[in-house]
Design a protein around this ligand. Structure first.
Ligand code: SME
Length: 160
């Protein structure tokens, strides 16, 4: 059985540990739902001050909610809408210090104050987004963005 170890050290060191744990957890499995579910559970319990963490997948038309941890969420998000749709449409990670100041932000959990959304592509093909919400304003910095992008990459690599 997989044992998640407590994260220690500097924030980059903690993400390095978490990324290693994620690789071990997903090793040998290529199922998208299974790996998104287990990665969500691992990261949600490892990262402090996070109230929602999970995946939206692109169905060829819009984003549809996938495995996640947190309160029930909006199911479908059009490309270009909200933080998730913006990440998907631009191909750029969105790090939002104050979700209420983000034009078109879609409030799923009223507790969310800041948010990171990492777009996921395989080549030019949009797979979906990895979305992390915090109840604290400006919870995420450049170390979080780098760590969360690396976690999304571990997920993408596990699908092959
Ligand atoms: N806030 C997101 C919607 C998804 S929830 O945060 C889970 C957005 O604006 O796209």
């Amino acid at each position: 059985m997989f044992q998640a170890a407590a994260l220690t050290g500097s924030k980059p060191e903690q993400y390095a540990d978490l990324i290693e744990q994620a690789r071990a957890l997903l090793a040998g499995e290529h199922d998208r739902t299974a790996n998104a579910a287990n990665l969500s559970a691992l990261a949600f319990h490892a990262l402090p001050d996070v109230n929602w963490l999970g995946f939206y997948f692109f169905d060829g038309r819009e984003l549809v909610v996938g495995p996640f941890q947190g309160k029930p969420a909006c199911v479908r998000i059009a490309l270009g809408r909200g933080v998730c749709g913006t990440a998907a449409a631009t191909g750029r990670t969105q790090c939002v210090e104050d979700v209420e100041a983000f034009p078109g932000h879609i409030p799923c959990d009223a507790d969310s104050r800041s948010e990171v959304v990492v777009p996921m592509f395989q080549g030019n093909q949009l797979i979906g987004v990895f979305d992390i919400d915090s109840p604290l304003p400006a919870r995420f910095d450049a170390d979080d963005v780098a760590g969360l992008e690396a976690l999304a990459q571990v997920f993408l690599e596990s699908l092959r």
